[in-house]
Design a binder for this molecule. Structure first.
Ligand code: GLU
Length: 439
């Protein structure tokens, strides 16, 4: 057995609460979480709120709620603003040791105020690091000059704060977006100056939309809470986002939280940009809602139907056509069920099936009325309606000859749920009256 001391893996998700985060950011959170949990490590949430003007409580709460909803439990929660004393400590230490200095500079806004900016004494060297995803990366730091570490001793800026916090929180793996690659050499220089170990880096390729363009607030990148509002299941979102630019290999796509933890492998993250596809996310969601009990499905659908449409018979026909609960409201909103509420108005000519004619159509409708009138009010259910109508429909040249005018008379739509379900929901009286009116 190896005597080597096993260092526990610590990852972190370090969002700035300056806006609603979209799924690209949550993908970073998911990968960081999975990598820690897969390896028996710890996952930290660090709110990077040092920018006091832009950081908002509202965004912070949204991040915390969203992680909870996704089931990404963190072992610790830090707020960067609470660590300013330690940032200052390291700034002073660096100044004392000569790796940083205070530079008296005029404020950029042209006022006469002189600021005591803390700058890093850049050794102007090549910095090389190994990235789990990108491989070996070398960057020259000469062009960066003596970059700024803090606006003053009590107002640290991003690079310093990140390095100090990662060091003090024992972060072993920095998993973050590719947009941070160019920051890494600066942060490594600071680590060396304060005697902090360099963590292992994994910079995740960008997430692009299906049009290969960058996701942005205006382009399809919604906060996670918006998916919650649209009636997605958190398990589906977790699974769906984890699969943006990563998969464990093999055919299986549906992975529970625990299965994701077991199968996650950071080195399998795709090197090219990941493509996010909304339809695929809907597919994931449908797979997950299909697994729910029929009671659960019924409860969720009925909860989104207006009072006048509270009918259990509608549940299965609606379920066939939705991917997420919010689709129920969209369908209602689009008037797709209006024919259940009142008799449809339509163009008479549309009652006629393809190459049929008025006479044949009238005959079909009369036949339908005849067979349906044999059913009692109590027997007027999907099964009985179907067998009654099919019996006569099968005798015609094509079934559409009868089924089309019946459907159209009941719904006034070319595309609608099948006429048997519609008739059973409408009930015998209303069905008969609509068929009669069509004749
Ligand atoms: N706070 C930074 C951001 O929101 C992330 C810093 C990091 O991951 O190192 O982009």
């Amino acid at each position: 057995m190896s005597e080597e001391k096993q260092v526990k893996i610590v990852t972190r998700f370090a969002p700035s609460p300056t806006g609603f985060l979209h799924l690209g950011a949550y993908r970073t959170a998911i990968f960081s979480y999975l990598h820690a949990k897969k390896n028996g490590g710890r996952f930290i949430l660090r709110i990077e709120d040092t920018d006091k003007e832009r950081s908002k409580k509202e965004f912070e709460e949204n991040i915390i709620e969203s992680l909870k909803w996704l089931g990404l439990g963190y072992d610790e929660l830090y707020r960067q603003s609470k660590n300013v004393a330690r940032h200052k400590f390291f700034l002073e230490k660096m100044i004392k040791e000569g790796s940083a200095y205070i530079s008296n500079e005029e404020a950029k806004d042209g006022t006469e105020v002189i600021k005591e900016i803390v700058r890093f004494k850049n050794p102007n060297i090549d910095v090389t690091f190994t990235d789990v995803i990108k491989g070996e990366v070398t960057m020259n730091t000469k062009d960066l000059g003596d970059f700024v570490l803090a606006k003053n001793l009590s107002e640290p800026l991003f690079h310093l704060a990140v390095v100090v916090d990662d060091f003090e929180e024992g972060v072993t793996h920095v998993i973050r977006g590719e947009d941070h690659v160019s920051n890494t050499p600066r942060q490594i220089l600071i680590q060396r100056a304060i005697g902090a170990p360099t963590p292992i880096y994994a910079h995740l390729p960008l997430v692009l939309g299906s049009d290969k363009l960058k996701l942005s607030k205006r382009r399809g990148a919604l906060p996670i809470s918006a998916y919650q509002t649209q009636g997605y299941l958190p398990e589906a979102i977790l699974n769906g986002i984890a699969f943006v630019g990563w998969n464990p290999g093999g055919e299986q796509e549906i992975f529970s939280h625990d299965e994701l933890v077991q199968s996650f492998d950071l080195s399998r993250v795709q090197k090219s940009p990941a493509i996010f596809n909304e339809e695929k996310l809907e597919w994931f969601n449908k797979e997950y809602i299909k697994k729910l009990s029929s009671e659960e499905i019924e409860k969720n659908i009925l909860a989104r139907l207006p009072e006048k449409l509270q009918n259990k018979k509608l549940v299965s026909l609606i379920f066939e056509r939705i991917n997420k609960w919010g689709d129920v409201e969209s369908m209602v909103g689009a008037g797709e069920f209006d024919f259940f509420l009142h008799a449809p108005k339509y163009d008479k000519a549309k009652l006629i099936f393809k190459n049929s004619n008025v006479e044949k159509t009238k005959k079909s409708l009369e036949l339908a009325i005849k067979v349906l009138s044999d059913l009692t009010e109590e027997n007027f259910d999907i099964e009985n309606i179907k067998s009654a109508l099919m019996l006569v429909a099968e005798q015609l040249e094509t079934r559409g000859e009868l089924l089309h005018p019946v459907r159209f008379a009941l719904t006034g739509r070319d595309k609608s749920p099948d006429p048997f379900i519609v008739a059973s929901v409408l009930g015998k009286n209303e069905t008969m009256s609509r068929l009669q009116k069509a004749i």
